[in-house]
Design a protein around this ligand. Structure first.
Ligand code: NAP
Length: 308
C-alpha cells in the first residue's frame, strides 16, 4: 500500500481510504470483516460523517469497536459535521452545532478522540471566529486531533484561516475519471470555448501549494451519485481504455480508474465506498501502478473531455 505523509505528525496515511457512507444496512459482523480486510492490505484511514445513514454508519462502527477495541489503534478515524438534515437540508458551522455534533459522533463511535474532523459542506453564513472557538475547545479537550474541510474552495479556506489557528490539513473533493470539472476548466483557461467560462477555483493547485491532503470522493461515480461508470455502456470509450490498461497492468478496470485519481501529483488519497471485501482488495491494486502521463490523458479524453 502506498502512503502519504500527514505533515503535522509525520503519520503515514494509506493512499486508499475506506469510506463508510453506505454501510447502514450491514451488520456489525459484516463491517468488522470490511475493516479487517482493509487493515490487512494496509488501509488505515476510515471516513465517516454524522449524517451517514442518519448516524447509523457511526453506530455500527461503534458496535464493532466496542466488541473489538484492539482495532481502534490501527485506525485513523475521521468524521465530518456541518450538514443538518431536518425538514430540509442546510449547513451549519456554528460553534454550538460543531460541538454538539462531535459529542454525538464520539458517543456513537464509543471512542474519546477523532483523528480528524472535517467541515462537510460550506456554510456561507459561517463566522470564522466561532469555528475557531469550537476547534480550540475540541483540541484542548482532546476530542479532535486534526482538522480539515470538505468541498471548500481556496477563498473559503483562507477566510477560515483568518481565525482558525489549527492547520486545515485535508480537503475532501469529488474527483473521478468521469467527473473532473476543476480540471476541465483549468485546461481551457482564457479560451474562446464554453468550458473556459466554467469557474475554476484552482483548489487542486491550492492544496499542493499549502501541503493539504486531497481526499477524492466517489472515485468510481459519474455526476453527483449517478452511478458507477465502470462497465456502464454509456461510457463505452472510457471502458474500452480502462479494460485495455487493466489487461496491460494485469489488474481490474476499477483499479485503473482509481490509479487515475491517485496520479494527480498532490498528497492524494482515494476514498472508496464499497461494502464488499473483495472490492477493497481490487481497489488496493491501484496503488501498485503509476499511470504514465499519456495513459492519464488518454483516460481523460476517453471520458468525453477535450483539450485545447
Ligand atoms: N465529502 C463529501 O461531500 C462526500 C460525498 C460523498 C462521499 N464521500 C465519501 O466518499 C466515500 C466514497 O463515496 P462513494 O461510495 O460514492 O464511492 P465509490 O467507491 O465511487 O462508489 C461506491 C459504490 O459503487 C459500487 N461499486 C464499486 N465498485 C463497483 C463496480 N466495480 N461495479 C459496480 N458497482 C461498484 C459500490 O457497490 P458495492 O458496495 O456493492 O461494492 C458502492 O455502491 C463515502 O463513503 C464517503 O466516505 C464524501
Amino acid at each position: 500500500m502506498k502512503t502519504i505523509e500527514f505533515a503535522q505528525e509525520k503519520t503515514k496515511l494509506s493512499s486508499i481510504v475506506l469510506g463508510l457512507m453506505r454501510i447502514k444496512n450491514l451488520s456489525p459482523l459484516q463491517v468488522e470483516e470490511l475493516i479487517e480486510t482493509a487493515l490487512s492490505v494496509g488501509i488505515n484511514t476510515f471516513d465517516l460523517a454524522d449524517i451517514y445513514g442518519g448516524g447509523r454508519s457511526e453506530e455500527i462502527l461503534g458496535q464493532v469497536l466496542k466488541n473489538r477495541p484492539d482495532l481502534r489503534n490501527q485506525m485513523w478515524i475521521q468524521s465530518k459535521c456541518g450538514i443538518r438534515i431536518e425538514d430540509f437540508t442546510y449547513f451549519d458551522f456554528s460553534k454550538e452545532h460543531i460541538l454538539n455534533s462531535v459529542e454525538g459522533i464520539l458517543q456513537r463511535l464509543h471512542i474519546d478522540q477523532l483523528n480528524s474532523l472535517l467541515l462537510h459542506r460550506p456554510d456561507v453564513l459561517m463566522e470564522p471566529e466561532e469555528v475557531a472557538e469550537a476547534f480550540d475547545h475540541l483540541e484542548k479537550t482532546g476530542k479532535v486531533r486534526h482538522f480539515g474541510v470538505s468541498n471548500q474552495n481556496p477563498m473559503m479556506i483562507e477566510l477560515l484561516k483568518t481565525a482558525v489557528s489549527q492547520p486545515l490539513a485535508i480537503n475532501h473533493l469529488q474527483l473521478s475519471a468521469a467527473f473532473a470539472p476543476e480540471f476541465d476548466a483549468g485546461f481551457h483557461v482564457n479560451m474562446e470555448q464554453a468550458l473556459s467560462s466554467s469557474v475554476t477555483s484552482s483548489i487542486f493547485e491550492y492544496a499542493r501549494t499549502h501541503d493539504m491532503v486531497i481526499q477524492a470522493w466517489s472515485v468510481l461515480q459519474h455526476g453527483y451519485f449517478q452511478g458507477v461508470f465502470v462497465g456502464d455502456p454509456k461510457f463505452e470509450k472510457l471502458n474500452q481504455v480502462l479494460n485495455r490498461l487493466a489487461n496491460h497492468y494485469q489488474t481490474t478496470p476499477s483499479a485503473i480508474a482509481i490509479a487515475w485519481v491517485l496520479r494527480y501529483p498532490a498528497k492524494m488519497q482515494a476514498i472508496i465506498g464499497t461494502t464488499q471485501p473483495q472490492r477493497i482488495l481490487e481497489a488496493t491494486q491501484a496503488t501498485n501502478l503509476t499511470l504514465s502521463r499519456k495513459e492519464w490523458y488518454e483516460i481523460y479524453l476517453a471520458a468525453g473531455k477535450t483539450l485545447p
